[in-house]
Design a protein around this ligand. Structure first.
Ligand code: PLP
Length: 427
């Protein structure tokens, strides 16, 4: 499988090279050259397959022969070590819980998959690679955990000081070993910009790659759980509408890729907080990135979502076609808190602020009689403890995965400019 840059000024490249480079030389993100739908027989009989088998079928064409099949199967097995339950909230809305992994965020899937691909590609290479990643919250923890002890791979994580939750901060600053956390005096967009700049800086001696959802090995495995959800829901014989709480738009873009592979999905709703670049674009046709604003759903505080260009590509850059199967709505923190309360009142379900934004998106879309709405619950409520316990009359029980990090000591280096980052990388 070949990949091309969405800036169209770099040559096509292999899966391996795209994973190692992260971003093409022309600063464009990579996109698969071909997308072949899976057989309708497979989709119709999806219940006959295990999750591991489904994942293998879904990802195989994108990896091609660049990883031997038995190794790819092992990578999938080591990635999908937990469940993706569907929890019904009422008779036409359900939550797809993606948070049962090691750091309790959906990003565990992409991070673990990518870490293993990179480790495989680097097996016979003496040179170490450095994964450089910016996080608005959950990426850092998932990447730190997914890459911990990966041979030949160092990880440097940039996060905005004071803008991630305490637990998220602990998850990315306490592991040590091959993981380093850099605490940036700024917002997420500053972190992301520094990472992008570093990739193009010839003066940086280290070999760098990214582990943001711009990296195809982190982005593509996110298709898996859309298939798992379908496997569980298709007996209902209803049309499925997915609402995805969106920040960098990688997760929802993976969902649309799943649809391209033949997964029956009626409509996608990209639900955002007040960082409303995409909802505005759908209204006005003008794509106008803005500085990010801090919200209670901080993993989505992104003003210039890097994967949106992939979504446009999937719809041939045609706004009308896009709008036929894709909507995007923005919600305030007040609306989010009210909805968390509402969901709790009607069902006893404790949602995190991101999940609640997803739920709001389904309501705004307006589900029809024969439709079932599935919102992706992207993080466990414990990851946003202050917001959840400050909004709902509940005490969230701390899961084992979190207990393990909560008392560990934070270790982070403070930086405030690109120069600081560069000095660190070259030291
Ligand atoms: C990363 C993240 C999101 C946003 O996902 P994107 O793929 O960047 O759109 C939503 N919710 C949570 C909890 C996240 O960690």
């Amino acid at each position: 499988m070949q990949y091309y840059s969405l800036h169209h000024k770099s040559p096509k490249t292999s899966f391996k090279k795209a994973v190692i480079e992260g971003l093409a030389k022309d600063r464009g993100i990579y996109f698969p050259d071909e997308i072949t739908a899976l057989s309708s027989e497979f989709i119709e009989n999806i219940s006959d397959y295990t999750n591991h088998e489904i994942a293998f079928k879904v990802i195989k064409q994108f990896v091609g022969n660049e990883i031997p099949e038995d190794i790819l199967k092992d990578i999938i097995k080591n990635t999908l070590t937990f469940d993706f339950p569907i929890v019904e909230i009422n008779n036409n809305i359900a939550s797809l819980e993606l948070f049962h992994g090691p750091t309790m965020a959906f990003k565990d899937v992409g991070a673990k998959f990518m870490a293993q691909c990179l480790e495989y590609f680097n097996t016979n290479n003496d040179e170490e690679v450095t994964v450089l990643v910016a996080t608005s919250g959950d990426t850092g923890g998932a990447v730190a955990n997914g890459f911990l002890d990966a041979k030949g791979v160092n990880v440097v994580i940039l996060y905005p000081s004071g803008k991630v939750s305490d637990i998220q901060e602990k998850q990315l600053t306490t592991l040590g070993k091959n993981i380093t956390a850099l605490e940036v005096d700024g917002v997420f967009d500053d972190c992301q910009e520094m990472v992008k700049t570093a990739f193009l800086d010839d003066e940086i001696a280290r070999k760098l790659t990214s582990a943001n959802s711009i990296n195809i090995a982190r982005w593509l495995p996110q298709m898996f759980y859309f298939f798992f959800a379908y496997k569980e829901l298709h007996q209902k014989k209803k049309d499925i509408v997915f609402s995805v709480p969106s920040g960098n738009f990688g997760n929802i873009c993976a969902g649309i890729m799943a649809q391209k592979l033949g997964l029956p999905v009626k409509h996608f709703v990209a639900s955002t907080n007040v960082n409303d670049t995409v909802p505005n674009f759908l209204e006005s046709g003008v794509y106008e990135p803005k500085p990010s604003k801090a919200t209670i759903s901080n993993a989505m505080d992104v003003g210039n979502p890097s994967n949106f260009i992939r979504i446009r590509e999937l719809f041939n850059n045609d706004l009308q076609t896009l709008k036929n199967s894709f909507s995007s709505y923005s919600f305030s923190d007040d609306e989010t808190r009210e909805k968390m309360q509402d969901i709790y009142d009607i069902s006893g379900y404790v949602s995190d602020p991101h999940g609640a934004v997803g739920y709001l998106g389904l309501e705004k879309y307006g589900l029809k009689e024969n439709e079932i709405g599935v919102f992706l619950e992207t993080a466990h409520p414990v990851k946003f403890l202050d917001v959840v316990e400050g909004t709902l009359p509940v005490k969230v029980e701390i899961p084992q995965q979190i207990k393990k990090v909560i008392d560990k000591e934070k270790v982070a280096l403070k930086i405030s400019s690109y120069e600081d980052l560069k000095n660190y990388l070259n030291a």
